[in-house]
Design a protein around this ligand. Structure first.
Ligand SMILES: Cc1cc2nc3c(=O)[nH]c(=O)nc-3n(C[C@H](O)[C@H](O)[C@H](O)COP(=O)(O)OP(=O)(O)OC[C@H]3O[C@@H](n4cnc5c(N)ncnc54)[C@H](O)[C@@H]3O)c2cc1C
Length: 432
């Protein structure tokens, strides 16, 4: 929809931000027949959605249920109980299937469109927005919000004023700001009297300064255990896959660990990561395994005895770090040297320097304090006609489809709740 700068547009419900949560909220707000506007500052809706899952869009997570909420999201998981009960993983799958998107589930419960194209998810949402007659106003930044007596009165946009009875704020977090998520919602929330928990980059790669990493850039390690260590104590651990990059480490278990690493780094004491390359073997079992390999390759040089144990590209690194002479015959490697190799295999240390910032963070942790939002409706406890959904809230999950499911669930709840509030108010006006 095109609007001119002198226009004053009037809607029943206005949704601010056309990302995953805003589109879902607008769709369900309009389902009841309310006149809904979705306002997006970019030329296109869902710019961030298109880059999710490396363009494949991991849209939800099979194992994300009401029962796992606290484990998956920590204490803030409680807030999502109602939203997930009303619009959970199965509802999400049904929603997209109804729009003609075939889905598939990959390892670890990650759900993707069968086509491996995030574009299909966006197309489905746009189709449903059109079916429900949502008025999409693109390329229109909201610059300020007018509030009187704890009620939003209007939105001032680049092109004119927008009036509505109910409002839904879905401006996202602060990561990948090029997609439009510049944290605008946080300042408005503060202006409305909400507390905003300090937004921090989360699910980020981790910078490391170990020289050897440059020899394995691009190498993925599968099924390893990653621990974060501070004050000689393992503070947290993850099993799965990780990746070496030109700045340090990344990949699913590193991203998931980054929030904890960030928290620990604030305590000042040094933090490092420890990779157990053979987590299913105890120290003794691994020692026996290496003895068998050494038996097999007894007449070879040490440098040619490790191909059954490590990925090819990691072998030169492990040789160097083990400090065993690589030209040495395997049958001359001492017990002490072999046991040091076992130790190294179970404790390959990565020295953390810092987390990569918002520029490469998958999500923002922190945001509008959940204590000030009604979890049954997503209604703000500060502004009567305001509902909140998606990453702007102080909610974030691990990788694997959790974060988009948070958007679908809270978007749905905000949409139907704003529509119900509008209907109620309309009913009252008719009675008067
Ligand atoms: C690289 C990457 C990969 C990811 N992959 C996955 C994945 O595979 N699975 C998963 O579950 N999660 C993934 N995520 C996380 C997920 O994309 C986000 O959690 C989710 O998109 C947040 O949606 P949202 O609607 O809350 O916010 P956003 O998607 O950030 O949308 C907010 C919208 O509001 C608009 N806006 C902001 N301010 C204004 C304003 N003043 N006026 C008008 N419009 C405004 C913005 O332009 C934007 O379009 C990924 C994130 C990134 C960065």
């Amino acid at each position: 929809m095109k609007i001119n700068s002198k226009d004053k547009l009037i809607f029943d419900i206005a949704v601010i931000g056309g990302g995953a949560s805003g589109m879902m909220a607008a769709i369900w707000a309009a389902e009841s027949g309310a006149k809904v506007a979705l306002i997006e500052k970019n030329q296109k809706l869902g710019k961030k959605l298109l880059i999710t899952g490396k363009g494949r869009c991991n849209l939800t997570q099979e194992n994300f249920t009401k029962d796992t909420l606290l484990d998956d999201l920590g204490r803030s998981g409680k807030f999502l109980f109602s939203a997930l009960a009303k619009f959970g993983v199965e509802d999400t799958k049904e929603f997209f299937k109804a729009e003609g998107v075939n889905l598939k589930t990959e390892r670890g419960g990650r759900v993707f469109p069968y086509s491996d194209s995030a574009e299909d998810i966006l197309t489905a949402l746009r189709k449903r927005l059109a079916t429900n007659k949502v008025i999409v106003i693109r390329n229109n930044k909201i610059v300020s919000i007018q509030v009187k007596d704890n009620l939003i009165q209007s939105l001032s946009t680049k092109k004119g004023e927008i009036l509505a009875k109910q409002f839904i704020l879905c401006t996202g977090g602060k990561s990948y700001s090029g997609t439009g998520s510049t944290g605008d919602g946080y300042s408005w929330a503060e202006q409305f009297g909400h507390s905003v928990i300090e937004p921090e980059p989360a699910l980020t790669p981790i910078r490391a300064n170990d020289k050897w990493i440059e020899f394995v850039v691009g190498l993925t390690l599968k099924n390893v255990k990653l621990s974060v260590v501070q004050n000689n104590k393992v503070q947290d651990e993850r099993f799965g896959d990780m990746l070496f990059t030109h700045i340090g480490v990344s990949g699913p278990i590193v991203l998931d660990m980054s929030k904890k690493v960030g928290e620990l780094m604030k305590k000042k004491a040094k933090v490092h990561l420890s990779i157990d390359l053979k987590p299913t073997l105890t120290f003794d079992a691994l020692d026996k395994r290496i003895q068998r390999d050494f038996q097999k390759y007894q007449n070879k040089q040490f440098k040619n005895s490790l191909e059954d144990l490590f990925p090819q590209r990691l072998i030169p690194v492990m040789i160097r770090l083990s400090k065993i002479n690589m030209e040495k015959k395997v049958n001359k490697v001492t017990k002490e040297e072999r046991q040091n190799l076992v130790k190294l295999t179970k404790n390959l240390i990565v020295s953390v320097t810092e987390l990569v910032g918002f520029g490469q963070a998958i999500v923002t942790s922190g945001g509008i304090d959940l204590k000030e939002v009604d979890s049954q409706t997503t209604n703000s406890r500060k502004i009567k006609n305001l509902y909140l959904a998606g990453e702007v809230l102080d909610l974030d999950g691990p990788t694997g489809g959790y974060n988009l499911q948070i958007c679908w669930s809270t978007g749905f709840l905000a949409g139907v709740s704003a529509a119900a509030a509008f209907k109620k108010e309309q009913g009252k006006e008719q009675e008067d």
